[in-house]
Design a protein around this ligand. Structure first.
Ligand code: NAD
Ligand code: DAU
Length: 355
């Protein structure tokens, strides 16, 4: 049994990771999350009686809290999911992104460095800090350019991706300068259960079920690579177990699609799964809206390093993963309703009102 300190474990990917760890391993999880608008205790509701899960509400920028948590729980590894994660929010207000993604990661690294320095040599050697990052740090690709490899230069284009790039550089420097045993993963677009409906796929599902417009930015030809969240979690576990210290691993689903193809797929599955919907065919709800400023045209991941060195492959295809995802949202209407609070409506008005 290992003790993992997971940050941001009440968010989308973090909560899926916590569930998969508790299901597939004997590990104990200390889950530190600030519970911003994106952190949802309901994502962890089924763990109320799980003794291997300890939830702590707090900020990765709180050095005093971090020192205490590290001393009390003596983790074998830290997995850092905590971040502001939505590109559109970073355009409306970048400050929180700098605060959490850059300054917060810096404080987290400092606390971990102090903790790691006083471990015995054997524990120092086996300790890992895994930083969860994104393919967006590499910038935008033209249609026929090769997919991002780990050696691509960084060229972030949004305040979000710039803040993630800065945090990746800090992680790299802490390994290079202090010898901290770090790992970094850069993953493509995730989808699946517990994703906050500000992101494309859950927004489409929620809006379609309510007969609302399905907003597509610009011409809908922007391309993303899509990965089912449980596959991202299995990749993270594999990198934690087998990754070489100081290395970076790109993670992707080998599924590049335009946003228009994604929305048509979601609509077709909803037509099939909700045959009595008054809004069928759902594709009639598709509405082109003003583009996102600085909208990256294409992301694509070359996942050959993680496949070759670690032996990881995704288990789901997009076809199987998207069906599971839509079925989950249909079965969890209560979760969806609780999310659709006043603050969510305020965000929708702010982001889509002027488009
Ligand atoms: P999310 O927004 O759903 O969750 C982020 C979580 O971090 C929330 O629970 C929030 O409360 C918590 N948090 C925010 N600020 C914090 C702070 N200062 N201290 C402690 N907790 C804080 O995000 P997500 O989609 O689950 O993404 C998780 C990580 O994965 C992020 O680092 C993101 O950059 C990265 N990532 C996301 C995707 C994707 O498609 N969603 C793809 C690649 C990488
Ligand atoms: O690539 C990994 C990244 O994927 C992560 O690092 C981010 O945390 C995550 O939010 C995601 O970023 P994107 O900007 O690609 O995801 P989003 O779901 O916001 O948008 C996906 C695409 O859909 C993008 O081209 C913008 C477009 N879009 C999005 C929304 C919310 C629309 O056309 N309409 C919308 O309403």
């Amino acid at each position: 049994m290992k003790v993992l300190l997971v940050t941001g474990g009440a968010g989308f990917i973090g909560s899926n990771f916590v569930h998969s760890q508790l299901k597939n391993t004997e590990n104990k999880i200390i889950n530190l999350d600030k519970l911003t608008y994106a952190g949802n205790p309901q994502n962890l509701a089924t763990l109320a009686n799980e003794s291997r899960h300890v939830f702590v509400q707090g900020d990765i920028g709180d050095s005093v809290l971090l020192e205490k948590l590290l001393a009390d729980h003596q983790p074998d590894a830290v997995v850092n999911f905590a971040a502001e994660s939505h590109v559109d929010r970073s355009i409306h207000g970048p400050e929180d992104f700098i605060q959490t993604n850059v300054v917060g990661t810096f404080h987290l690294l400092e606390a971990i460095r102090a903790y790691w320095n006083q471990l015995n040599p054997q524990s120092q050697q086996s300790f890992r800090f895994l930083h969860i990052s994104t393919d967006e740090v590499y910038g935008s690709l033209t249609t026929d350019a090769p997919a991002f490899s780990e050696t691509n230069p960084y060229a972030p284009n949004s305040p979000y991706s710039a803040s993630k790039a800065a945090s990746d550089h800090l992680v790299r420097a802490y390994h290079h300068t202090y010898g901290l045993p770090t790992l970094t993963t850069n993953c493509s677009n995730n989808y699946g259960p517990f994703q906050f409906p500000e992101k494309l796929i859950p927004l489409l599902i929620m809006n379609a079920l309510q007969g609302k417009a399905l907003p597509i930015y610009g011409d809908g030809q922007n391309i993303r690579d899509w990965l089912y969240v449980e596959d991202h979690c299995s990749a993270i576990a594999a990198v934690l177990a087998k990754g070489s210290v100081g290395e970076v691993y790109n993670i992707g689903g080998n599924y590049e699609k335009t946003n228009l193809e994604i929305v048509h797929t979601v609509c077709a599955i909803l037509d099939e799964l909700v045959p009595d919907s008054p809004y069928r065919p759902h594709h009639k709800l598709i509405t082109y809206v003003k583009d996102r400023p600085g909208h990256d045209r294409r992301y694509a991941i070359d996942p050959s390093k993680i496949a070759r060195e670690i032996g990881w492959q995704p288990a789901e295809t997009f076809e199987s993963g998207i069906r599971k995802t839509i079925a989950w949202y249909l079965e969890h209407r209560g979760w969806v309703e609780n999310i659709s609070s006043g603050s969510y409506q305020n965000w929708i008005a702010k982001n889509y009102g002027a488009r």
